[in-house]
Write a protein that binds this ligand. Sequence first.
Ligand SMILES: *Cc1c(COP(=O)(O)O)cnc(C)c1O
Length: 434
Amino acid sequence: MDNRRRVPRTDAVLADPRLAEAILRLGRGIVKSAVEVAQERARCGEIVADDVADVAVGSLPAHATTLRPVINATGVLLHTNLGRAPLSEAAREAVLAAAGCTDVEYDLATGHRTRRGAGALAALVEACPAAEAAHVVNNNAAALVLAATAIAHDREIIISRGEMVEIGDGFRLPDLLVSTGARLREVGTTNRTIAADYEAALGPDTGFVLKIHPSNFRIEGFTAQSSVRELARLGVPVVVDIGSGLLAAEPTLPEEPDAASVLRDGADLVTASGDKLLGGPQAGLLLGRADLVERLRRHPLARALRVDKLTLAALEATVRGPRTPTTHALHADARALRHRAVQLAKRLTEHDASAVESVARVGGGGAPGVELPSAAVSLPASYVDPLRRAGIVGRLESGRLLLDLRTVPAELDDADLIGRIERAVAAGEGRRCM
Ligand SMILES: *Cc1c(COP(=O)(O)O)cnc(C)c1O
């Protein structure tokens, strides 16, 4: 049989009312490519020609973006490849509310222009009263660039040799700082830097002292580092990059610095990410002395690093709103996770599933070395590919696929999850010619 000749033509398929409606919702390009994929499957005999329209309809994406929602079952709370912090429901709704025209720099009461994102900035200062003022940029790297450019251009940034951090994907903070025109004045050694080392480097060219939290590695053994309190006595501005964005101390992560404590200890400026432990959108937070924040805000570069209304909306809702998914994951009760794993495994016995203990981690976002007791559903390693294609990303460990439940939202219905797993496996078995 010649499949090629029987495959319906593209315009004939696109005339199907369901696909015509989809064009209005998703745009012609997306619908057309779904049709082309279905036609190709018919040509190689995987489906029958009469089913092309049905298959195309069934394969349409839910949204007009190639970004797909993913279930993070890796056990890594802040997974860089999966978009770091998942937004809270409150933040998602705020993003939707701000998506159209919105009063991001306009006072509806007076009709006057206002400070952009005033609500988000006020929320940050209210949540962290140790900060006199706040400013928000694109990410923490941008926050450091702005601070270095505005305060230390053509001057020196004094930094410990133990804090010359590569943040990932080949990006190194020292290179980033030097790219602004500031000069680095390295002090101390990899394992030990004391206050006297900083003091000896002070001079007329000093822009500021920078302390960077080693958020993705640990140095153990014969070590010393000076505290923010000691650095605050040096008489020059002290900027502290805390990394993860905790505004207040988090008891479960005693080693993670938080903005309030660091500012109370005398830091002049704190920089942090919005999408790590704060649990919000990608953003760079700058918190601290009002005069310094104002200087950053007025610098020409600030305009190039400014965030959009969606970020401001999500950030404000994250700070003002209920506990974030990241905080929930951090605090999830290990026994409840175990119970859930047992229940899920029971319903997946045909898939050789079992409930196992697991160790979850905060991830590149902070708290290196911290182990969070967790539980996982263990499945055959052959499930890795089909589940990943269906947007369920687990972790391969000792020849098994583990779905770690600490990072799977508690609100996600288990029956739903099981349905998705079963459909993914069935679809995996049906894949032949593509
Ligand atoms: C993650 C991190 C950064 C980079 O933050 P982005 O928001 O990804 O730009 C910088 N410094 C520290 C200490 C970090 O942990």
